[in-house]
Design a protein around this ligand. Structure first.
Ligand SMILES: *Cc1c(COP(=O)(O)O)cnc(C)c1O
Length: 378
């Protein structure tokens, strides 16, 4: 099955009980038992719900894994995955992971005795150097945000395997439409489905796919024990979003390339960060391991004042956190998503005050370019 077909026909196509082509929203918490312990596969909706199950089967198929799990947010998904580990365990992570991942590792899970080290995983040799005796997992986010660094998943997972670590990949930016980490050696893939998978800025959700029955059993135990599940309405919204994931990713890709060309050639724009650019340090890896470069671009407009001027004039890029939706979004990482990182650390990472991040939507690209042009030249 090719990818766009799989988006429609993967998982459980239609409803096995009624034949409904769109999986019904089973708005239910409990299920009638014919006699004690004699039930039709579902007993209580924290443990399992048919709408959520249909979504979990679908994401499992899209990521080529053994089992899928849906959570109430990307952070709930990440936290549940970390609950696979014990007090005393250590995890190596990409240094510019999503801020929420950094926060949960350093402010919450550390209190439970799970420690972490953050390294630039786009240079694979850094991973090996960070591994300790008690390291249990390597957590990679690729591409990252806002600087779009790319880690070689295959090489990184080989290092992890050599040391008996699980490889976990946050695949939010690429989605299974462009990148399937399990095929490259990952054990666990996860998503903030709030972004491209949902795609319409109308649902907060997280998804996890694992590559073995053992991990499936362990994660289901955690999901059922800690309870951070996704509800049936939101599960349905994600399935609806996934049907057009391919169309949206293709349209975003086309628009993004045109916008990057425009930004690259504009004299007022400094450095442009986009893995599709040949001078991007990880361009070759990005090209090899993913079918597309995605819709996230960052560029340096020179200063916070210039960024503010641009934001005041821009019309079709909505000033907002988040990304990956049909509408184009714009943000200033230094004062928004990455404001909690100390200024010196931001400077080290390259997140300068004039850095502007855009998430390219699926509007007509002529309008987007004209809008950027007038806002930049304003
Ligand atoms: C948004 C995001 C998350 C967190 O997901 P939520 O759905 O907001 O909880 C995790 N990883 C990445 C890469 C994200 O962009």
């Amino acid at each position: 099955m090719h990818k766009k077909t799989k988006l429609i026909h993967g998982g459980i196509f239609g409803d096995p009980h009624t034949g409904a082509v769109s999986t019904p929203i089973y708005q239910v918490s409990t299920y009638k038992q014919e006699s004690v312990g004699n039930f039709k596969g579902y007993e209580y909706s924290r443990t399992g719900n048919p709408t959520r199950h249909a979504l979990e089967e679908l994401i499992k198929d899209l990521e080529n894994g053994k089992a899928g799990f849906a959570f109430g947010s990307g952070m709930a998904a990440i936290t549940a995955v970390m609950m696979l580990f014990d007090s005393g365990d250590h995890v190596v992570l990409t240094d510019d992971v999503y801020g929420g991942t950094y926060r949960v590792m350093t402010k919450v899970l550390n209190r439970m005795g799970i420690s972490s080290t953050f390294v630039d995983t786009s240079k694979v040799e850094n991973i090996e150097a960070a591994i300790q005796e008690n390291t249990k997992a390597l957590f990679i986010e690729t591409p990252t945000n806002p600087l779009l660094k790319v880690t070689d998943i295959q090489k990184a997972s080989l290092v992890a395997k050599k040391h008996n670590l699980l490889t976990i990949v946050d695949n939010t930016f690429s989605t299974p439409y462009w990148q399937t980490p399990i095929n490259l050696g990952a054990d666990i893939v996860l998503h903030s489905a709030t972004k491209y998978i949902g795609g319409h800025s109308d649902v907060v959700a997280g998804l996890v796919v694992v590559n073995s029955e053992k991990l499936a059993e362990e994660l289901h135990f955690v999901q059922n024990s800690t309870g951070g599940i996704l509800g049936p309405q939101d599960s349905w919204l994600l399935m609806r979003g996934i049907k057009t994931l391919g169309l949206r990713m293709e349209a975003t890709e086309k628009n993004t390339r045109r916008i990057v060309d425009f930004l690259e050639s504009h004299p007022f724009v400094g450095k442009v960060y986009y893995p599709g650019l040949e001078d991007h340090p990880n361009h070759e890896v990005a090209k090899q391991q993913a079918g597309g470069f995605g819709g996230m671009v960052s560029f340096d407009i020179g200063s916070a004042e210039k960024a503010d001027k641009l934001l005041a004039r821009i019309k079709y890029f909505t000033l907002a956190e988040s990304l990956g939706a049909v509408e184009s979004l714009i943000s200033v990482p230094a004062r928004m998503t990455h404001a909690s990182i100390p200024a010196e650390r931001r400077a080290e990472l390259g997140i300068v005050d004039g850095l502007v991040r855009i998430s390219v939507g699926i509007e007509d690209v002529e309008d987007l370019i004209a809008d950027l042009k007038q806002a930049i030249e304003g």
